[in-house]
Write a protein of this length. Structure first.
Length: 107
């Protein structure tokens, strides 16, 4: 997708330049690793767009037995719960028994 005529692309927040070493290896500078939120063992995805722009995203691998937490439905529920808590809505219980009694009363 080409930039419309007269439109100036936004200035990058940071730039970095590195040399490609043997076997096409390169080392990402610390500030780039921080911006991508990646560390040793994490993955990086490169995407080449039709206009020649290349995007880079960091990935943190998740064990398959924990992947359920990152499904769109579960994450939406987490956001909703966070909003409710931040708004001061919700009930605090002093014990598990009190919590279950409260939940049974909601049925």
């Amino acid at each position: 997708m080409a930039m419309p005529a007269g439109k100036v692309p936004p200035a990058p927040r940071m730039r970095a330049r590195v040399k490609v070493r043997a076997k096409a290896q390169l080392t990402l500078p610390e500030e780039i690793r921080q911006a991508l939120h990646i560390g040793e063992g994490d993955e990086v995805e490169f995407a080449v767009l039709d206009d020649g722009t290349i995007t880079v995203r960091g990935y943190v691998s998740v064990p398959t037995d924990q992947a359920w937490f990152f499904t769109p439905g579960w994450l939406a529920g987490e956001r909703e719960a966070d909003e409710e808590i931040n708004a001061g809505r919700g009930t605090t219980h002093t014990s598990a028994e009190d919590m279950f009694t409260h939940l049974e009363a909601l049925d």
